[in-house]
Structure formats: C-alpha cells, structure tokens
Write a new protein. Structure first.
Length: 569
C-alpha cells in the first residue's frame, strides 16, 4: 500500500483517536505489515458474552472499520471440557446484534491444532520443550515468587528422544489426565513469572465439539493464541490489561514462527468494570446453574443477550462504551452511566403508550355511560415523524393506585378529594369521593369531568398542576409486567471476598405484576424488539421468550429517572 493510500485510511482528526487507534494509525503511516491491518476477536465458547466483551468487540471490529482493515472472529476452543456449540451460536448472534460482521473470516484455534502440534514437536527437537511428570501442585510450588527464583523440574533435562516419545504417547491417549504436561524450557530464574517454564500442552480426554476424539493433548492459551494470530495474519492483537505480563511470552512464542517481514503486535487496554455488577464467567455460570436467574439471557444478567432481552439497544451500549473510553488504567464505571445511555436512546425511539401497573377504577359520574371517544395521542414528541395513535376514553377508567390519596401531603399534585387533575390527552376531572372495602382499601374513585377541557379544545388551555395517565376500563387488555432492577445490591460486588456470593443478590431485582392494564394500541401492536415508554413509569419491551398471542409479557428496561441513586444516598 502506498503512502497516499495510507493517508486515505487516516481519520481527519488524529487528536480524536484513543491510544490504541493512534498506535494503529502510526503503524499504517509507517507502512508496517505492508500497510495491512487485521484484528481479531477471540472469545472462548464457554459461556455467553457480557458487556465487558462488548467493549472488546467495539474495539476489535471498530478499529478495523475505522482504518479500512478486517477483523476475524476466532473461537479460542482449546478446552473442550467447558465448551459448547450453544455458546458458539450465541456469540455469533451477539456480535451481529451489535452491528458487526466478520464476513467469511470465522476461525477456530482448533483449525491450527495440527500446526501447533508440529511446532511443539519442533521445539522438543530443538531442546526448547520437555515433558514434565510432576503434579500441578508441585509445578506451582516450584515456580517461586516474584522475588525468589523458581526451582528446575527434575525432568527438565531428560533426553530429547524421550520427550518426543512421551509427548506423542500423551496424544495417543496412553496417559491419564494430569499425569504429564509439556513445558517450554525458558528460564526458571526470570523476573517474569510467565517465563518460568510455562505449560504448553496438557492431557484432556474429552470429546471436542469440532475435532471429536482426534486429540488427547490440548494447547494452553499462551502457546496457542499468538501462533493463531500469526497463522491468520493478524497485525494487531488487541486485548485487556491483565495480558500485559503475558506479552513477552506472546512475543517469545510468536518469534518461533515470525520474522522481520511480519509479526503480530499485542496492545492492551483497560477492561470494563461496572458497579453493582459481576462479570466473572464463573459466577455468572453459577447463577445460571443454581437457578438464581432465568438462564444466560435473564434480563437482570449483564450478558449481551440479557441486555437485549431487557430492551437495551446496540446504539445505547456503543454510546456507553464511547463515553467511558479506552485507557491503560483499570477503573470501575458507574452503572448509572450505562442506564443514562439507554434512557437517552429510548427517549428518542420509544413509542409513548399508557399502561397502569397497579390499577384502581375511576368512575366519571357525569360522563355518558354509552359514549366512547377516541383521543389523539402522540407517539413520540421527540420524533416529529412518529405520528399519533387513537386511544379510547369511556366513563370508567383505571389510574395508578398511588396517584390517589385521601389525605395528601403538601405538593401532592395528583388526585385528591375536591382536587382537579388532567387525564393525559383527555379532560380535566375533579375528584368527588371514593368507595372503600371493609379493610379500608379504596375500591373505586368518583370524579366529574369538565367537557370544555378536552384536549385540543379552547378550554384545554386551563391549567391544573397534575396530569395522570389512564386506560379505559372497557377497552383495555391485561398484561404481565416484570419490573427489573439491579441484580446485586452491593456497589463493589465483584470485589467482595468475605461474604457469601448469595448475600450480595438484590431480593427485589424482579417483581412480577400479573394483571397490569394496557391500552388497546399497545395490546394490538406490541412485538418483541419494540420499545415503549409507559407514560410516567419507564421504558418497556415485550419479552421475546414468554410473550405469545393471548399473553403479553413486558420487561422494564429502565425507569424514567434514576430512582436507585435517590434511594441509596
């Protein structure tokens, strides 16, 4: 690629680049790798992707898009014990949902098992690797400490021919799991602990989802990853900060294959950490296995599929990631910023509708019993092109139970005896009283309407302090509404070590309302993937798994305001 062609790939304002993008821009400008750019996203298919992976996806695919390169999807399938085709399928779906595509560049670490095995054989022949028969505990004990050198294995200097024979027999299945490993012979006194004869291969006698029972030895991540990058022609291997101390080992193994003409470059950025959230795959799997959540895509889970089911949008997640940025320093991000991002996005796209979560009936005593009017309701005031829909109004309606109070405190601008409120899009009504059951619970509320205050008529300009949402009792439909909140009630849930994991869970993370009342427009038009603002309540989406004809189920994506921070101050 010529210098002029390179310049065409540069964003106009280099000052707006993050540090990873700047490195890539500089490498392209210098003509490294012949001006070629190739990144990769390398997930392990041992669980569903979470929002932390979304940050990596946006980096890996985003930098390739920005500079005209390519990004591969490569599954790091080197541990068949934990891997499953279900996870492979879910990963593909999540990446596509976020708006990225890898074309025909879908690869697997298992694609390279033959080359990796051959390289291991070569390193044994060159005296750079040996078979160790010690237990994992013995090997760990001999590693030493950062200030104390390690102890060499008693098998470190066994003859090359013996190492070759043992390694080939390991792969033939002659030895039990844990009885032997293949280690690189590097430096047991190195200041970098990863250089102290790292394990390259271990025995696993478990069928692989792609290669079946062909292999009995499987490569470790540090050995497989850099080599896979090399085999694919990856130029920039972008990963998170915990791999900084692994980088010298990455380069050590890669240079067994690479030369001056081409060598992948590892770059590290900070992980995404969130308050009130756990992103450990092990803990997320525990939640699923113990039935504490409804699977990996439970709307309370921080998985991409869980966020999607809850009603988050790709745009809101990308907006959040852009806000927190990419640095070389670990940080914990406030989940309220993620919640702000989805509110901001849904405010622009969600259709406004009326739904009553905790209904109480209101009888408008001076309204004709046999009359039904259809009120014009805005679909979205933020979108002039969204239009309107009609909503039926009749003598009996439902309002929220907590929108009525007999003896209200000051500044309660909702329905009270003798007080006036506006019914959104309809009339001003004045409360004349209520009926209670034997326990003192309000059963019905009575009002009178002012016919001159219908929305759009001259009298509609009369001002009252309160406006309530409502639905017609005669025309509304029932729906199940799930009110989701944060799964954990501890801000630093991922860091708590001295308490049982279960104690950190928020007991109010899901409340189910079985008989909410919704307006006909919503009942007739809602489908999974749609976004609605329930007026004065929050943003909701039909549940993609449990909604079906005759039974609508809505998940609350987020409240209209950040009530959590107010409660917890």
């Amino acid at each position: 690629m010529s210098e002029n062609e390179n310049k065409e790939l540069m964003p106009e304002k280099e000052g707006g680049l993050n540090f990873v993008e700047q490195i890539v821009a500089d490498d392209l400008k210098a003509g490294k790798n012949g001006g070629r750019l190739s990144t990769r996203f390398p997930p392990e298919p041992n669980g569903y992707l979470h929002i932390g992976h979304a940050k990596a996806i946006c980096m890996d695919f985003g930098v390739a898009e920005k500079f005209g390169g390519t990004c591969n999807l490569r599954f790091d399938d080197t541990n068949p014990v934990k891997e499953d085709v279900e996870y492979v399928d879910s990963i593909r779906e999540d990446i596509h949902w976020l708006g990225f595509d890898w074309g025909d560049r879908e690869y697997y670490a298992s694609d390279y098992f033959p080359q990796l095995y051959d390289l291991a054989l070569r390193m044994i022949k060159e005296g750079k690797a040996y078979v160790d028969e010690q237990t994992s505990e013995q090997i760990a004990e001999q590693k030493g400490t950062p200030t104390q050198p390690g102890v060499e294995s008693p098998y470190r200097n066994r003859p090359i021919a013996e190492n070759l024979d043992l390694f080939q027999r390991m792969n033939a299945g002659e030895f039990e799991e844990g009885s032997m490993v293949l280690r690189a012979k590097i430096d047991m006194a190195s200041s970098n602990m990863h250089f102290r004869d790292p394990i390259m291969y271990r025995i696993i006698k478990h069928s692989h989802h792609r290669t079946g029972d062909k292999w009995k030895v499987y490569p470790m991540y540090d050995f497989a990853h850099g080599q896979s990058d090399y085999f694919e022609g990856v130029t920039h291997s972008i990963c998170t900060l915990e791999f900084v101390p692994h980088r010298p080992l990455y380069e050590y193994f890669v240079k067994e294959l690479a030369d001056d003409s081409y060598c992948p470059r590892q770059i590290e950025f900070n992980r995404l950490n969130l308050t009130y959230t756990v992103l450990s795959k092990r803990k997320l799997l525990q939640l699923v296995k113990e039935g504490l959540v409804d699977g990996w895509d439970d709307p309370r889970m921080p998985t991409i599929s869980g966020l999607r089911r809850r009603g988050y949008t790709p745009e809101s997640i990308k907006s959040f990631i852009n806000r927190i940025g990419y640095t070389k320093y670990e940080a914990v991000n406030d989940i309220s910023l993620l919640e702000y991002s989805i509110r901001e996005d849904l405010n622009k796209r969600a259709t406004r509708v009326c739904a009553v979560i905790d209904p109480v009936k209101v009888v408008i005593s001076n309204y004709p019993e046999d009359l039904t009017e259809y009120m014009e309701m805005e679909n979205n005031p933020e979108d002039p092109e969204s239009g309107t829909h009609k909503m039926p109004f009749s003598r009996e309606i439902y309002i929220e139970r907590d929108d009525f109070m007999e003896n209200p405190p000051k500044k309660f601008f909702r329905m009270t005896p003798g007080g006036e409120v506006r019914l959104k899009g309809a009339y001003i009504v004045k409360c004349t009283g209520c009926k209670k059951d034997a326990d003192g619970n309000v059963e019905e509320i009575y009002c009178e309407y002012d016919p001159d205050t219908k929305s759009g008529m001259p009298g509609s300009m009369r001002k009252v302090k309160g406006t309530l949402h409502w639905v017609s009792a005669r025309h509304c439909a029932d729906a199940e509404v799930r009110l989701y909140d944060r799964l954990f009630n501890v801000e630093n849930a991922s860091e708590v070590k001295d308490r049982d994991f279960h104690e950190l869970l928020n007991p109010d993370s899901m409340k189910v309302v079985e008989h909410a009342k919704i307006e006909p427009f919503l009942a007739e038009n809602a489908k999974p993937g749609d976004h609605f603002q329930f007026q004065r309540i929050g943003y909701f989406t039909p549940d993609k798994k449990d909604s079906k004809p005759g039974k609508l189920v809505f998940n609350r994506t987020i409240t209209l305001k950040d009530s959590w921070q107010k409660i917890n101050k």
